[in-house]
Design a protein around this ligand. Structure first.
Ligand SMILES: Cc1ncc(COP(=O)(O)O)c(C=O)c1O
Length: 459
């Protein structure tokens, strides 16, 4: 039983003996889980021990259909042989090469492959290790870009209510999810927020981008009037707000943001940590919406979750603005020990090969109508207030139980895991689903059948 010490273990057991003999954890106390109610988890742990393709396997060896691509990241499916083999080969050949002042060939190859997937002249790729680092990197590049061009007064960053940009201080400052902000002091100075683009009254049960809501972009003009464009460096938005519960952009919204940014010399950053690498049926959401931002952040799907990696793609003009001054002097004082780590780069190349060879982005696009129809079968179930779909993603809003916000979604997630054999993501009073792009039509139906049963069961 997880959480209990084996009866035959004596206190004189050395740590080493334990490592060798214990396969399931006997002490759940030391690990402080991220973004998890720890006490509830440790009372009834949800432990996963292996995975293959569309399935996870629990510690008690139950198959669980993966409805969430892990955490929006395993887009190519789990433990795919070519990715595993590439990681093994890389580990044998080059464990690590210094990220500053030195590099290794695979980093350049991967940067070229990522740039080739990005639209327009988004050709320059800066690597880091997570979405949070990607966001902080993009915000810093934006500030420094204005600085090196002699517009150092542009220091203000604009995010959006309900936005999620990871957990660094930059990311939570421009982010708009109150619980991620309110415990952490005064955050970055000089940040403002656009309104969220959601109105249940006007948009409930919409498949794809809602028709209503493009006017929310015009709020950027109001912020420009308030602060003056000369103080604003960048606007950052998720093209589709994922973590807050899947809010697709209203039709025309992103185009309007782009036009206003252009008018005022403000950089537009698309945070594509979730939407990158096929989630919306394209390499990047920028392509789906025909809007070219100045910077794109990515992470998750670049390695299909197999090795941590993130990055920022910048337009040529941004990169070139830094390439001045004496050539022996660093142009951007920023980077991470593990930027472009060899294992991550190898996993990234193998992942991009799989996306290409199995045409997974177009597969996601082709499956979108089927996925949306299946999602809408949950309409009318107890407590279901709204369902929003886009690409292979859906957010299902549930009604809160009196005095216990978030409880119903948490119960659905637990029930789905323990009884129905499907992994779903609960965030607030929302269930989000975003399966690997290899999901079959039958598995789509299976996911929604199981989720429907869990919703009904918790009542
Ligand atoms: C849009 C967006 N940005 C940033 C992040 C942070 O990524 P990470 O958890 O890898 O730091 C996430 C994570 O879900 C995200 O969805």
């Amino acid at each position: 039983m997880p959480g209990m010490r084996p009866e035959n273990e004596t206190v004189s057991d050395t740590a080493q003996t334990r490592v060798a003999t214990v396969t399931a954890p006997n002490d759940l106390e030391s690990f402080w889980l991220p973004f998890t109610p720890n006490r509830s988890f440790k009372r009834s742990p949800r432990l996963i021990v292996r995975a293959k393709d569309m399935h996870y396997y629990s510690a008690d060896n139950r198959a669980l259909l993966d409805g969430t691509a892990g955490l929006w990241c395993t887009n190519a499916g789990h433990n795919r042989d070519p990715i595993v083999a590439a990681i093994k080969r890389a580990a044998e050949q080059l464990d690590y090469s210094p990220a500053f002042q030195f590099s290794h060939p695979v980093a350049f190859e991967l940067a070229g492959r990522v740039a080739a997937l990005a639209p327009g002249d988004l050709n320059r790729v800066f690597f880091c290790n997570s979405g949070s680092e990607a966001v902080d990197t993009a915000l810093k590049i934006a500030l420094a870009y204005h600085n090196v061009r002699g517009e150092g007064s542009r220091t203000r960053l604009i995010g959006r209510e309900r936005g999620y940009h990871g957990v660094g201080f930059g990311g939570i400052s421009v982010g708009g999810i109150v619980n991620n902000r309110k415990f952490f002091g005064s955050l970055l100075a000089g940040v403002d927020h656009l309104p969220a683009t959601y109105s249940r009254e006007h948009q409930a049960f919409t498949k794809g981008e809602p028709q209503w809501g493009a006017h929310f972009a015009d709020e950027l003009e109001r912020l420009v009037a308030l602060h003056d464009a000369s103080t604003i460096a960048a606007v950052i938005v998720e093209p589709m707000a994922g973590s807050t519960g899947v809010l697709p952009p209203p039709q025309g919204y992103l185009e309007r943001l782009r036009a206003i940014c252009d008018r005022h010399g403000i950089l537009l950053i698309f945070d594509e940590v979730i939407t990158g690498f096929g989630r919306l049926g394209y390499a990047f959401a920028a392509e789906r919406y025909g809007v070219v931002p100045d910077l794109i952040t990515f992470a998750k799907g670049v390695t299909s979750g197999a090795v941590p990696m993130g990055g920022v793609i910048a337009r040529d003009s941004i990169y070139e603005a830094f390439m001045r001054g004496p050539e022996h002097v660093i142009e951007l004082f920023h980077g991470y020990t593990y930027s472009a780590h060899p294992l991550a780069c190898a996993a990234g190349l193998a992942t991009l090969d799989l996306y290409r060879d199995e045409k997974l982005f177009t597969r996601a696009k082709a499956l979108e109508p089927r996925f949306a129809d299946a999602a809408m079968t949950l309409r009318g179930l107890p407590g279901v207030l709204d369902i929003r779909t886009v690409g292979l993603a859906v957010g299902i809003d549930l009604a809160s139980r009196a005095g216990a916000p978030g409880l119903r979604a948490y119960q659905v997630m637990e029930r789905a895991f323990q009884e129905e054999g499907v992994m779903v993501r609960a965030a607030g009073e929302n269930i989000a689903l975003s399966p690997p792009l290899i999901v079959s039509e039958t598995q789509i139906d299976e996911i929604f059948d199981k989720v429907g049963r869990a919703i009904k069961a918790v009542g």
